[in-house]
Design a protein around this ligand. Structure first.
Ligand SMILES: Nc1ncnc2c1ncn2[C@@H]1O[C@H](COP(=O)(O)OP(=O)(O)OP(=O)(O)O)[C@@H](O)[C@H]1O
Ligand SMILES: [Mg+2]
Length: 238
């Protein structure tokens, strides 16, 4: 058991490369680490993207940077790199140690151990970029994702809660508007957060593993996710 929560395993997942899994993981981990300190909440990130190690790369660059102060280093949450096929061997121990474990997933479902990782998730957030190309590959991913989640429920009677989030939104683009309207009318068959993340250079820069300025938009999204996590925890207790 974590100090406050029963070691929640959360991840931004999608087979679609570049939809923002790593960026959103970093933003959310920083936010949780900042607000969690007051509540004694411990956060860790596991980089399971064996072939890219983007998350670990960001942390290593920050640790090596002369611009990063000792105070900033002291406030950093723990980051682990674990191969996807070894995830199941480490997750129980990590759930005992931390309240919240964010997993930076690979953008594929064929890497060894990835399907087992889906079984071990408590909460999945699916980033969707509202452009025609991203939308069609997300549809394919969602079919597989729902199958895995259903199979997990049937085999183990364990729930993974999930929600979609629109990322890299450019509300001025005509095509995006049509896709957003279609998603909001429930066409993807999954619930979506009310708030979304815009396509902004400042969001690209937010891929840092240190405390960062949180924008109003990010705060709205993350508070909405936290509310859903709270509901998930309450439901699991019953
Ligand atoms: N909201 C955003 N606004 C602008 N740029 C963004 C936003 N979110 C992500 N990006 C950029 O999109 C690119 C892909 O993001 P990221 O690496 O987080 O995706 P990913 O899903 O982790 O990709 P992969 O599947 O390769 O691991 C990066 O250059 C990142 O800076
Ligand atoms: Mg990534």
């Amino acid at each position: 058991m974590g100090k406050v929560l029963p070691g929640l395993v959360i991840s931004f997942v999608s087979q679609k490369g570049g939809c923002g899994k790593t960026t959103l993981t970093a933003m959310f981990a920083n936010y949780l680490n900042t607000i969690g300190k007051k509540k004694g909440l411990t956060v860790a990130v596991i980089d399971c993207d064996d072939f890219q190690r983007s998350f670990l790369g960001i942390r290593e660059r920050e640790l090596a940077s002369p611009e990063v102060t000792q105070e900033q280093k002291d406030n950093m949450y723990d980051v682990y790199a674990i191969n996807s096929n070894e995830f199941k061997d480490h997750i129980v121990e990590l759930k005992e140690k931390y309240d919240i474990i964010l997993v930076d997933f690979p953008g594929n479902m064929v890497q060894e151990g990835v399907i087992t990782m889906y079984y071990l998730l408590d909460f999945a957030i699916i980033p969707v970029v509202p452009t025609p190309i991203d939308f069609s590959s997300t549809l394919k991913f969602l079919e597989k994702f729902k199958e895995i989640i259903k199979e997990k429920k049937e085999k183990f009677n364990l729930e993974t809660s999930y929600v979609g989030i629109l990322n890299k939104v450019n509300k001025n683009e005509k095509e995006s508007k049509a896709i957003i309207n279609s998603i909001n009318s429930g066409n993807l068959g999954i619930p979506f957060l009310d708030h979304s993340i815009s396509d902004l250079v400042s969001n690209r820069r937010a891929a840092s593993t240190m405390e960062n300025k949180v924008t109003f938009e990010q705060r709205c999204v993350f508070d909405e996710i936290i509310l859903m996590l709270t509901l998930h925890v309450q439901k699991s207790k019953k």
